[in-house]
Design a protein around this ligand. Sequence first.
Ligand SMILES: NC(=O)C1=CN([C@@H]2O[C@H](COP(=O)(O)OP(=O)(O)OC[C@H]3O[C@@H](n4cnc5c(N)ncnc54)[C@H](O)[C@@H]3O)[C@@H](O)[C@H]2O)C=CC1
Ligand SMILES: O=C(O)C(=O)Cc1ccc(O)cc1
Length: 295
Amino acid sequence: MLVILGLGLIGGSLARALRDSGFSSRCVAWGHRESSLQRGVELGIIDDYTLDLDAAVDAADILVIATPTLIAEQMLERILPRLKERPQPPVITDVASVKGNLQRVAETVWGGMPPRLILGHPIAGSEHSGVEASDPNLFVNHRVILTPVEGNDAAALALVRAMWASTGAEVVDMAVAEHDQVLAATSHLPHMLAYALVDALAGSDASEDIFRFAAGGFRDFTRIASSDPVMWRDIALANRAALLEAIDLFSGHLAGLREAIADQQGNELLATFTRAKGARDAFAALLAARGQPPA
Ligand SMILES: NC(=O)C1=CN([C@@H]2O[C@H](COP(=O)(O)OP(=O)(O)OC[C@H]3O[C@@H](n4cnc5c(N)ncnc54)[C@H](O)[C@@H]3O)[C@@H](O)[C@H]2O)C=CC1
Ligand SMILES: O=C(O)C(=O)Cc1ccc(O)cc1
């Protein structure tokens, strides 16, 4: 039986995708808010739910942790000692946006990487959250990164790979440190920039006019500042070192741009914008080839 801990956007979307694909016929969820679990049953996303974490863990063949990142750490701390007692523990995986913190916690609690814990991260989602926003097609044509480590059980890895493949995702493997570094640059930094920009402008005296006359570029750049604050607080803290590096790299580039503007270095500005446009256009072409909209 598939058990999902935390039935929100990602947990709910996964449950729906796995039901549609026939990968799992029965799915139960555990969570801390009974109303959203009830809603999951009403929407036909899960068969049942429980508020008893031990019961949920004991019933699982596959356990997917789909809570915010720092709660996922707490989940591992709670459930791993119990699973160590089981002769055949379930396969455990997760969807959290940072992997290094979970690997560290798991290794500390278990005394090495638990063989049947396969850490993973779907690179698909949105600024919306909660089970109501879940979508069975969320992962189609999107990447899912798995970060298997030495000592992971081959059958457990194969099962998690098959689970994600059945949602229509492309599954790729990556080292934990590389994952956290790459995602800090491509996902975590852009969210920090969007939050910082909106916060800076909203706090300025002219904020009313700024939002009234904002153009499409502002909308495109800041959509992700509508993302869940708890989720992003957790990601920023969990991926602190890699995110600080990404912020410093970016700050250097922004300072360079500021200098070029101040010194009226038109050629410098043109060169920067031309390079960036080329890279962004190539990225848009890559997305189009993968069947994803470029915007
Ligand atoms: N939203 C996105 O676009 C993506 C999110 N992720 C990761 O997936 C995970 C889940 O994110 P979403 O589904 O977007 O969030 P969500 O807010 O939609 O769902 C989170 C779930 O965890 C539960 N939860 C929250 N605090 C809890 C606590 N203290 N104890 C027990 N349960 C608790 C909530 O009730 C909810 O069911 C996060 O780790 C996030 O970093 C990964 C890829 C994309
Ligand atoms: O809304 C968007 O554009 C996102 O970037 C969604 C997202 C959020 C967090 C992740 O770990 C992965 C994907």
